[in-house]
Design a protein around this ligand. Structure first.
Ligand SMILES: [Zn+2]
Length: 336
């Protein structure tokens, strides 16, 4: 990513008054308008876009002030912004992607440089605090990884989560005392690790949100905090697959259990249970253990557990076993 010198682009000195910036912008925009440059439309379009971008920043006192204090520290801010972008991507948010595409335009249609400092990408509501007015903090959203057992048991769980919040040093403005905020390097946002005691509703489904009231972004000027929403993500379980409120498990059984029937031990979330396999059961047949699934979050009750019987053929047969199998085969085929 390259530093954009907006003053150079508009051809004005750093201390230019607002009206000069405006008139220079108008002049240049007319000059480089693509319609006015049919001979070199591509170059004109590039120029025109740069001019618009420069004016978007320098023509806005708030943005101009921020831009002025970035100075030579802008690369630190870029790093910070990149870290936050990765975080947002990890949270599944659609994030703008500066850098990776070699200067492709970001969410605003302006350059990546612009997006990094001036666009509110990934924010649920504007982070720009109105000075002097109490403002409610942002609602934040992040994922929480839960095991099947966490969800089965429900109840309290202490988790450490990385959340993104307004920088406490600058209050989200990115500047402090006329210079770049030393803590967030101008982005106005900070990632922080925080511990929470989360009450997990029994049977909560994947993708559902758990709300932690008042645990979101900090309020500004005495405003209340926002809420924190945790989106449930189920970690893979080595034994069970969950579908809705039902559980699915594969159980390896001997071919004799399938052919002759028998009782087998089946793991469930409440411990082993005995299950009867009827004689003459086909391989891969699924049996149901009623009420052995997940608790139902909405209406109470419990789902079922489905057990797929995976028959295992005996290997490394002894001579005697081979002989007996041959006899069985002959019997099956109606030979004496
Ligand atoms: Zn800050």
């Amino acid at each position: 990513m390259n530093y954009k010198n907006y003053y150079d682009i508009l051809g004005v000195p750093k201390n230019a008054p607002e009206k000069d910036i405006k008139s220079s912008y108008r002049k240049l925009a007319r000059k480089w308008h693509p319609d006015a440059n049919p001979d070199n439309p591509r170059q004109a379009e590039e120029k025109f876009k740069d001019i618009q971008e420069a004016y978007e920043v320098l023509g806005d006192p708030e943005k101009r002030r921020k831009y002025d204090v970035l100075g030579s520290n802008w690369q630190q801010a870029a790093q910070q912004a990149e870290q936050q972008r990765r975080y947002r991507t990890a949270q599944g948010e659609t994030a703008f992607d500066f850098g990776d595409l070699g200067g492709a335009d970001g969410a605003s249609g302006f350059s990546d440089f612009f997006d990094m400092f001036f666009s509110g990408v990934g924010r649920r509501q504007s982070a720009g605090p109105t000075r002097g007015f109490a403002q409610r903090g942002q609602d934040l959203e992040t994922t929480i990884d839960l095991t099947l057992r966490d969800i089965f048991n429900g109840g309290k769980k202490a988790v450490s989560l990385q959340i993104e919040d307004v920088c406490p040093t600058c209050g989200g403005t990115g500047t402090r005392g006329g210079s770049l905020c030393p803590q967030c390097h101008g982005t106005g946002r900070l990632l922080k690790n925080k511990r929470f005691d989360v009450t997990i509703p029994r049977g909560v489904r994947e993708g559902q949100r758990i709300r932690l009231a008042g645990q979101g972004g900090s309020g500004v000027s005495g405003g209340p905090n926002g809420d924190l929403y945790l989106i449930v993500r189920l970690t893979d379980d080595p034994t069970y697959k969950r579908r809705g409120d039902d559980l699915f498990v594969d159980l390896t059984v001997s071919v004799y259990d399938l052919v002759l029937g028998g009782d087998v031990n089946v793991p469930t979330l409440t411990g082993q249970v005995r299950m009867t396999i009827p004689p003459g059961t086909q391989n891969n047949r699924t049996l149901r253990l009623s009420g052995k699934g997940m608790p139902k979050a909405r209406n109470g009750g419990t789902g079922d557990q489905y057990v797929r019987l995976v028959g295992q053929l005996p290997q490394n047969l002894t001579e005697k076993e081979k002989k007996l199998y041959k006899e069985l085969a002959a019997l099956r085929n109606g030979k004496p």
